[in-house]
Design a protein. Structure first.
Length: 119
């Protein structure tokens, strides 16, 4: 089992920045990939960014490329999402998640953290 605890959401004006954190515990050695998802009211869940834990290779949704940066600190078992140039469309509940292989779904989820961007 892997436990995830997300933090760092809040209210920010358009153009501002926030950093989300997701601390992992438990069987963290089994993690293959971690990701940030978001879901806005009335919309489906969107994969924002992901990272291969061992190599650091990253993937981004087109909507956040060049504005968001996903990273991890292996020593602290912590995942980050640095969000710059925030837009009102980025308003959503953000969740971190982990999976143990490329063939598995994301089985481990943190609680959501609300990000609200005012215009």
């Amino acid at each position: 089992q892997v436990q995830l605890v997300a933090s760092g959401g809040g209210l920010v004006q358009a153009g501002g920045s926030l950093r989300l954190s997701c601390e992992a515990s438990g069987r963290t050695f089994s993690v293959y990939q971690m990701a940030w998802f978001r879901q806005a009211p009335g919309k489906g869940r969107e994969t924002v960014a992901s990272i291969i834990w061992s190599t650091g290779r990253t993937y981004y949704a087109d909507s956040v490329k060049d504005r968001f940066t996903i990273s991890r600190d292996n020593a602290k078992d912590t995942l980050y999402l640095q969000m710059n140039g925030l837009k009102p469309d980025d308003t959503a509940v953000y969740h971190c998640a982990a999976r143990t292989s490329n063939f598995q779904s994301y089985d481990y989820w943190g609680q959501g953290t609300q990000v609200t961007v005012s215009s």
